[in-house]
Design a protein around this ligand. Structure first.
Ligand SMILES: [Fe+2]
Length: 264
């Protein structure tokens, strides 16, 4: 049954140009987690960044989402120990608070390709556009453009596993700031409402950061409890304008390095 669902999803995905249409078949893909799907959440204390390792335990292909430069060795060792072959080191966007580990991982694990959204302004081997599908073994992630925090922000969705990696577009009970890079509160609001809140309520969401020790959330929870994104658009924009956040600590070193895949 699970195999049949995956094949049907793949067939449909090939014909779709927009991930927005994914909602049409999300319910049929909402099955139990496949026996050969590997998932691990990793953490960087300094920037409170989550990195996610996803793999196919049958053919051993894996992807890493939002790796951090200082933990590239840790991640490479874990991948080797578990016998995975890292096919893609992906970023949800060009980060301003830490340097990406993708460039370093490419040299630690030859054959790895770096992946980021088109429009991010960052160097990578593969540029994603809205609706693209990233495959590793028998699994796949749909790339949904969710700009607003930056122009090149993407959310990576696994319909088969009922999970999504939201980067900084949606954080647990919060969202990414919109006051630097190409930030736009209006655009972010639309992205979250059109592309993330339209997923089924039970989908588990994994953000790029959490500063309070929470590890994940769900679409249903955020639709109910997110203190910013449950508000009407005009109120949301006012909230974002009034945040008065400090200048990001590592932005001056992170952005130039991340423009070149973290290799500097
Ligand atoms: Fe960010």
């Amino acid at each position: 049954m699970l195999v049949r669902v995956s094949l049907r999803c793949l067939k449909l995905a090939d014909t779709l140009t927009s991930i927005g249409k994914a909602g049409l078949y999300s319910s049929m893909a909402s099955m139990e987690r496949n026996h050969n799907f590997f998932f691990r959440q990793l953490f960087d204390h300094e920037s409170s960044t989550y990195t996610y390792l996803l793999g196919d335990t049958s053919n051993k292909e894996a992807v890493l989402i939002d790796p951090v430069y200082e933990h590239a060795e840790r991640d490479a060792n874990l991948i080797k120990e578990l016998g995975f072959k890292l096919v893609y080191a992906m970023n949800t966007h060009m980060h301003a608070d830490h340097i990406t580990g993708t460039g370093k991982l490419k040299s630690l694990l030859p054959g790895t390709k770096s992946v980021i959204g088109k429009g991010s302004g960052a160097l990578a081997d593969i540029y994603l556009k809205d609706g693209d599908v990233v495959r590793f073994g028998s699994h796949q992630l749909w790339a949904a453009a969710t700009p607003g925090h930056t122009n090149g922000c993407f959310t990576y969705i696994s319909h088969e596993q009922c999970m999504a990696f939201t980067g900084d577009a949606l954080l647990i009970r919060g969202c990414g700031r919109t006051d630097f890079q190409e930030g736009s509160s209006e655009t972010l609001y639309k992205s979250v409402h059109d592309r993330i809140f339209t997923l089924p309520d039970h989908f588990i969401l994994y953000p790029a950061h959490d500063y309070k020790g929470l590890t994940s959330t769900s679409v249903g929870e955020e639709k109910k409890y997110n203190p910013r994104l449950t508000k009407p658009l005009d109120e949301f924009v006012k909230i974002m304008e009034g945040l008065n956040l400090p200048y990001p600590k590592k932005i001056d070193e992170s952005l130039p390095a991340n423009r070149v895949c973290g290799v500097f």
